[in-house]
Design a protein around this ligand. Structure first.
Ligand code: ADP
Length: 164
């Protein structure tokens, strides 16, 4: 049976931490769907199309990987896509409480859907998209956090923001 996993998130933008998790997930599941949240409460810097484009550029060559967008409830999307698991990254203890709550709520809504937590390489354990954006805003070097293509897109975005 084809085991399908969904890796949901805001990906604003994708970082090496996300890439690490995607590679690990791809090594265990037959198909991994990276699902970009359209209704994120985080007021993303990038549009959904831009976030999907960056993901495609960075991990598009991984076999059996799909990039999609997700609007409603994760459990509904999982049923619609015939997925067995939800992938989440666990960086530090600070992630745990929120992730546990989400995993348990999702299990309550659909007990067949299994949340799988993956730990990134420790060099990415302090990394998130917000810190990358903050650094970039003040001209910090972000090359060890995001791939070249993403670096360029961030710079472009910052330049456009300055202009408006
Ligand atoms: P969300 O809005 O769901 O927090 P993110 O794009 O920030 O979306 O993260 C999506 C998933 O990727 C979450 O499970 C998060 O823990 C994980 N993640 C983000 N950054 C890293 C990282 N540096 N290492 C491992 N997992 C990460």
């Amino acid at each position: 049976m084809n085991k399908i996993a969904i890796y949901p998130g805001t990906f604003d933008p994708i970082t090496y931490g996300h890439v690490d998790i995607i590679q690990r997930a791809a090594a265990i599941f037959d198909r991994v769907i990276v699902a970009v949240a359209t209704n994120s409460q985080k007021r993303p810097l990038f549009t959904v199309a831009e976030r999907m484009d960056m993901i495609r550029h960075v991990v598009g060559d991984i076999p059996h990987l799909e990039i999609d967008q997700i609007e409603g409830l994760l459990v509904d999307y999982a049923v619609e896509r015939g997925a067995h698991a939800v992938i989440r990254g666990l960086r530090a203890v600070s992630d745990f409480e929120f992730e546990l709550q989400m995993a348990l709520v999702n299990r309550k809504l659909n007990e067949k859907l299994i949340t799988v937590f993956l730990m990134p390489h420790e060099k990415y354990s302090y990394l998130n998209s917000s810190i990358v954006k903050e650094l970039a805003q003040f001209g910090g070097n972000i090359e060890c956090f995001v791939p070249k293509y993403v670096q360029e897109k961030i710079k472009e975005k910052m330049r456009n923001h300055e202009r408006h």
